[in-house]
Unconditional design. Structure first.
Length: 321
């Protein structure tokens, strides 16, 4: 059964991953801050997803069909070619174990005098599931079963899936099997084919065409949809590109647009310099330029710490769950 190599497991556990077969879970910094009373992530601020009860995990730890230069994850340990050899686990074979791993990762807060003990106890039972930790979730063949398992067995309040858009057939499968999450994201890593390919370094020769196809599906999904536009200063954040981004956004008819700075963290520091990370003020200015070309959208919110601005369709009723 080909899951992760011993070397991969050692490296991931050093980064505080909890691993079960080909799936894994990790406690993010905002989980910790929420329990310590030091604020919440933008997903709670923007959408009211519970930050302290968030379980950020992946069913496909080490496989992604892109190698994005800005990714903070350890893609250097990934081996996309081996994905065809995996004997996949069903959700019931790993989700409960991942929850136990998460509880163990949070256990130290029980003895931390600075922690909100009630919030810590409440955090031990997740109600928000962010399928976005590492790898590309739409490569996992049982993704519809996973979403249904979380809804039916775990009574999930909210489920977010973040995808690179390379696998439109899985998006269609989620729709067909009535297994869409509460919120489906597609990452926008470049507004034109040449720049997109420079940034994502995809294993797929037709990645741009697949991405375009996925964008075209969003307007017909019976769930909330989001485009996450990651901007790299000096590369994908140029005033000459604003019109191209605006065209992509309008064609997608996504409910929300997250305009976000590349963050100089994790493994990305080995690929990009710190000056590639825009300041929040620059993200806000770029968002304003986008809005001038997006009559269907309005400025909705921002979080300075995360260098992110939220745009929302004017005809969308509420951003909260």
């Amino acid at each position: 059964m080909n899951f992760l190599t011993k070397k991969q497991i050692i490296e991931l556990e050093k980064k505080s991953y909890g691993i079960v077969g080909h799936s894994s879970v990790q406690i993010c910094e905002w989980n910790k801050k929420a329990i310590l009373g030091k604020g919440v992530c933008y997903k709670e601020k923007f959408y009211d997803a519970h930050c302290h009860k968030c379980m950020q995990f992946t069913p496909i730890t080490m496989w992604c069909d892109n190698n994005c230069i800005f990714c903070w994850r350890p893609m250097e340990y990934m081996d996309f070619a081996s994905v065809k050899d995996v004997k996949w686990q069903l959700p019931e074979e790993y989700v409960e174990q991942l929850i136990e791993k998460r509880i163990k990762l949070l256990s130290g807060f029980g003895g931390n005098d600075k922690a909100d003990k009630e919030k810590w106890k409440d955090a031990l039972e997740p109600d928000h599931y962010a399928i976005s930790l590492s790898g590309e979730p739409t490569l996992y063949p049982y993704l519809p079963e996973l979403v249904k398992y979380l809804k039916e067995k775990k009574k999930a309040r909210t489920i977010f899936i973040v995808s690179n858009g390379n696998n439109p057939d899985m998006i269609l499968k989620l729709k067909k099997e009535d297994a869409l999450p509460n919120q489906f994201y597609i990452s926008v890593n470049g507004p034109n084919k040449d720049l997109f390919n420079q940034i994502v370094h995809s294993h797929r020769k037709d990645a741009w065409e697949r991405f375009q196809r996925s964008l075209s599906l969003l307007k017909d999904l019976n769930c909330r949809t989001v485009l996450r536009v990651t901007l790299i200063k000096g590369m994908s954040m140029d005033d000459k590109l604003v019109e191209q981004y605006a065209k992509l956004i309008e064609n997608s008819q996504a409910d929300f647009i997250e305009v976000k700075a590349y963050m100089h963290i994790g493994m990305s520091r080995q690929r990009l310099n710190m000056d590639a990370m825009p300041y929040h003020e620059e993200i806000r200015e770029y968002s304003e330029k986008l809005l001038k070309l997006l009559p269907s959208y309005k400025f909705e919110d921002e979080q300075i710490e995360s260098r992110i601005v939220l745009l929302m369709r004017k005809d969308f009723k509420t951003r909260y769950f």
